[in-house]
Design a protein around this ligand. Structure first.
Ligand code: NAD
Length: 279
């Protein structure tokens, strides 16, 4: 068996075009505000990519760059002003924040109706409750890739590896809402290979390069690889041993070109949804 490769770039292009068309039909331009604190080079690259993608999808975009020494109070004030601005539909505070800032408190200051990253505890709680909310972009991307794979979720056995608040847990919540039987595995799971082998859906989000081996994957399983790891020589790899898994999986996402591009497209979609719901 050779797995079908799920082309995240092509799917993302289609979603971005859809967002652009829906945005063009509105009487206003939905607006995304991104806050970047400090000069972390990776964050600067992500923020520029988000800003550019938003503009290409006919959204308004504003990036607010603040110095690394910005105090928590000053940052919370910036978020408060964006909450109060009627033209701003989505607010994203780029993580990580400098160590002197308590990230949780800043994320909790964002109006849940403008929380396009879906990290506010109100949105996380509503998601856990099975409500239709602004869901975090990467988990949303995972669900769209599963849909593109044609994976039947209802009744399926799914294993999610990694229990972070921004990826693993919300993915498990979305899969549960879609009626899958979900195992949320993590670094202390006793026999991860066994958990994977009995799953029809495997979502890997650990940050451990190529840890999911080919012989962990049941024949025909759908494998979604969230990981982005730079290894020796500068090569980017996922959390899944891609070449090994190709011979076992029914469908698989590549890294790069799988979950990553879909994540940004889902941020644009979340901004549009936030605008439609709020205005
Ligand atoms: P995290 O470090 O917050 O969480 C990692 C999780 O993996 C933890 O729950 C931990 O228990 C689990 N884990 C670690 N080692 C394990 C092991 N040996 N066996 C089983 N579980 C193990 O990471 P995160 O923020 O959830 O990100 C995970 C990966 O996804 C990273 O590579 C990150 O770069 C990537 N990521 C990609 C996107 C994207 O847009 N594609 C977005 C967010 C994160």
């Amino acid at each position: 068996m050779t797995a079908r490769i799920l082309d995240g770039r092509a799917l993302a292009a289609a979603l971005r075009a859809d967002v652009a068309a829906r945005a063009a039909s509105l009487a206003y331009r939905p607006k995304l505000a991104v806050v970047l604190v400090g000069d972390n080079p990776a964050s600067a690259v992500y923020v520029s990519a988000k800003d550019r993608a938003a503009r290409e999808a006919r959204l308004d975009a504003q990036t607010i760059r603040l110095p690394a020494e910005t105090t928590q109070a000053a940052l919370t004030d910036v978020v408060g002003a964006l909450n109060a601005d009627p033209h701003v539909d989505g607010i994203l505070v780029q993580l990580p924040l400098p160590p002197h800032v308590e990230s949780r408190a800043v994320l909790e200051a964002i109006d849940p109706a403008k929380d396009v990253d879906g990290f506010h505890p109100i949105n996380a709680g509503r998601l856990a409750d099975g409500q239709d909310v602004l869901t975090p972009c990467t988990p949303r991307a995972v669900m769209k890739l599963l849909a593109a794979a044609g994976a039947a979720l209802s009744g399926a056995r799914a294993v999610v590896i990694g229990r972070s608040a921004i990826v693993g847990r919300p993915v498990a919540g979305l899969l549960t809402a879609a009626h899958a039987t979900v195992t949320l595995a993590h670094s202390r799971t006793l026999d991860l290979a066994h958990e994977c082998r009995r799953a029809g859906i495997v979502v890997a989000a650990t940050g451990r390069p190529e840890m999911v081996r080919g012989d962990w994957v049941a024949p025909g399983a759908v494998v979604i690889d969230v990981g982005i790891n730079r290894v020796a020589g500068g090569r980017l790899v996922g959390d899944v041993a891609y070449d090994e898994c190709l011979g076992h999986a029914g469908a698989i996402t590549p890294v790069p070109g799988g979950v990553g591009p879909m994540t940004i497209a889902c941020l644009l979609e979340n901004t549009l949804l936030a605008a439609e719901r709020r205005r």
